[in-house]
Design a protein around this ligand. Structure first.
Ligand code: F6R
Length: 589
């Protein structure tokens, strides 16, 4: 995925767009580019975070669009960086998404003499616009014609020389308008312009329009791509605080977001009882429930399946969204899928929902980003209320997802007020846990930072926590890490244990006896044993003591692993908030 932003108003547009791109960098950071209304253009490889306004060779202007890229079609080169220009250099385009039929369109345009300078799918858009503008002499008509020609997912911004206004379109990739006083924004996500406006319009798929045209009363126009009728959209007020999208006093978003978790878990479970009541009745009425997600969200699903089994005595199927298509024979109108996604944009999850909908399956979703595709595809959606998660690596969204799912599991057998109280009491230890263990975890990170592998084992609810902890370590510190069910290591992977190999043991009161036996097996082969436990044990070479938090243990266990992953990354000099090769949401299958 990529981040895009456009601004039309009285401020210095390059500055607004530059700041916006910095806020959107979590969406991609291979390369970036900005173009202004008078077609001053700057593009660069790498991250935009350190760039200042005076570094940009762009004259002051009141209109600009920009892009920060996570490459899909074509490598990380200056030619592939957006904005892309039409052949006559009169039209500029930024795009997030994939144009699926770009090869056919490219071949057609090449036959007509258009020369492509990049390997991107995007470049067909400005060339098509040039072609259709030549035919119609009307940029709006050309824009519509271009949209009718392209297939795939997109959020597009286009500007034309001498034409005041930014043309936008959305289909399958997020795009939100910001409305200020005589100024207008259009971006992939709200934090990009939250500093200036919290008045927003979430665009729907198949909508297009313009902002910033000089015609009075037509400063914002939105149309339906199928009917071409004008759409009157409600302006919503976003209650996110600016500080939520800022690092504050912390050096990185990751550690700020780890520390926010008591508050974000509270917000996630303290939502209206009606929201949850509807969900609980959907679960009770269903015959066959599937929890689906990817990556960290999948781990939250897996962890929740243990909660449903233990607390509600209910079997729930947990399926990786990308594998869901193999389960279609078990779907009917009585089935329910619970789709879990921080971004609400993950292509594999969207694909699974579409497959389910073909079988008339009901869709419940748990999503953090408001106005997302997954939210709109669902019959009912619970918002996570975790606030913007800026670090590419997910932490607070994981615990918000799991807290909501745990609340649902508990609410199947007890009153929601009691369930909510139980969760909140169980996680009240969080700030102390973080404070008391951070120095120890930092020292531990220093000690093991040069190891080639780290293993984490846990049983029961500690098993998904082990998987999640290993994912955190891998993605942020680039150390190979694997999570295992305690009983599994001896079935093969124990062959990798050498003298000093760090093995983290996640213990709970229910699983301690067995997991300690597994720890002994590893110690006997020379492993360096780190216990995350409610008590000391002779087998541990190092111990991180955590409280026994009852049904909150699934949430609590992951926190020391998040902190360890963070300090491993810092100790190894990694780019904590923007790990290599990753993007905040994966909008490709
Ligand atoms: C890991 C991480 C990813 C995401 C996964 C799903 O830290 O961020 O594994 O969890 O790509 O993303 P969402 O939750 O947005 O569907």
């Amino acid at each position: 995925m990529c981040g895009i932003i456009g601004y039309a108003g009285n401020k210095d547009a390059p500055e607004v767009v530059l700041k916006g791109l910095k806020k959107l960098e979590y969406r991609g950071y291979d390369s970036w580019g900005i173009i202004t209304g008078n077609f001053d253009l700057v593009k660069n490889i790498g991250k935009i975070g350190h760039i200042q306004r005076h570094d940009l060779n762009l004259r002051v202007h009141t209109l600009a669009i920009g892009h920060t890229r996570w490459s899909t079609h074509g490598g990380v080169t200056l030619e592939n960086a957006h904005p892309h220009l039409s052949q006559d250099k009169s039209i500029a385009v930024v795009h997030n998404g994939i144009i699926e039929n770009y090869q056919q369109l490219k071949a057609m345009l090449q036959k007509e003499g258009f020369v492509f300078v990049s390997e991107t799918d995007t470049e067909v858009i400005p060339h098509l616009l040039q072609k259709y503008y030549k035919e119609t002499q009307d940029f709006k008509k050309a824009f519509k014609k271009m949209l009718n020609k392209i297939d795939g997912s997109y959020a597009i911004l286009a500007i034309q020389k001498g034409n005041r206004g930014i043309y936008f379109a959305r289909n399958g990739s997020p795009l939100v308008l910001g409305v200020g006083k005589n100024e207008y924004f259009v971006a992939s996500d709200v934090p990009a312009f939250l500093e200036y406006s919290n008045q927003v319009i979430f665009l729907e798929d198949n909508q297009y329009g313009t902002i910033g045209t000089e015609e009075i009363g037509k400063e914002i126009q939105i149309f339906d791509l199928k009917t071409h009728k004008k759409i009157i959209s409600n302006i919503q007020t976003i209650n996110w605080k600016l500080e939520e999208a800022e690092k504050g006093n912390e050096p990185h978003f990751m550690i700020k977001e780890i520390k926010e978790q008591q508050e974000t878990i509270r917000k996630s479970v303290e939502q209206s009882s009606e929201t949850f009541a509807k969900t609980v009745s959907m679960i009770k009425d269903a015959r066959g429930v599937f929890l689906i997600g990817c990556g960290t969200s999948y781990h939250a699903c897996l962890s929740a399946s243990y909660q449903f089994a233990h607390l509600a005595k209910m079997h729930i199927n947990v399926v990786l969204a990308s594998e869901f298509r193999n389960y279609t024979s078990f779907l009917n109108s009585k089935s329910l899928i619970i789709a879990v996604s921080q971004s609400g944009e993950t292509a594999d999850v969207i694909d699974a929902i579409k497959i389910a909908k073909e079988k008339m399956v009901k869709v419940l979703s748990i999503v953090n980003v408001k106005g997302s595709t997954i939210e709109r595809l669902s019959d009912h959606c619970i918002n996570m209320q975790a606030g913007p998660e800026i670090c590419v690596v997910s932490t607070k969204a994981y615990t918000a997802e799991l807290a909501i799912l745990s609340l649902l599991a508990l609410t199947l057998t007890e009153k929601i007020e009691d369930a909510r109280k139980k969760i909140l009491e169980n996680i009240s230890c969080l700030p102390r846990l973080i404070e008391e263990n951070t120095i120890k975890l930092k020292k531990l990170a220093e000690k093991i930072k040069n190891q080639k592998s780290i293993f984490i084992i846990g049983r029961d609810i500690a098993y998904p926590a082990a998987l999640e902890g290993a994912l955190k370590i891998k993605e942020v510190s680039y150390i190979h890490a694997e999570g295992f069910a305690g009983g599994e290591l001896k079935h093969g992977t124990i062959a990798l244990i050498e003298k000093g190999t760090p093995c983290i043991i996640l213990a709970t009161p229910e699983t301690r006896n067995l997991i300690i036996s597994n720890a002994m097996e590893i110690k006997a082969r020379g492993g360096f044993i780190i216990g995350i436990d409610q008590e000391e044990n002779n087998v541990y070479d190092e111990t991180i003591i955590i409280p026994n938090s009852g049904c909150g243990n699934a949430l609590i266990l992951t926190i020391p692993l998040q902190i360890l992953a963070y300090h491993l990354a810092v100790a190894r000099g990694c780019d904590v908030d923007k790990p290599r090769n990753l993007a905040k949401s994966v909008t490709v299958k």
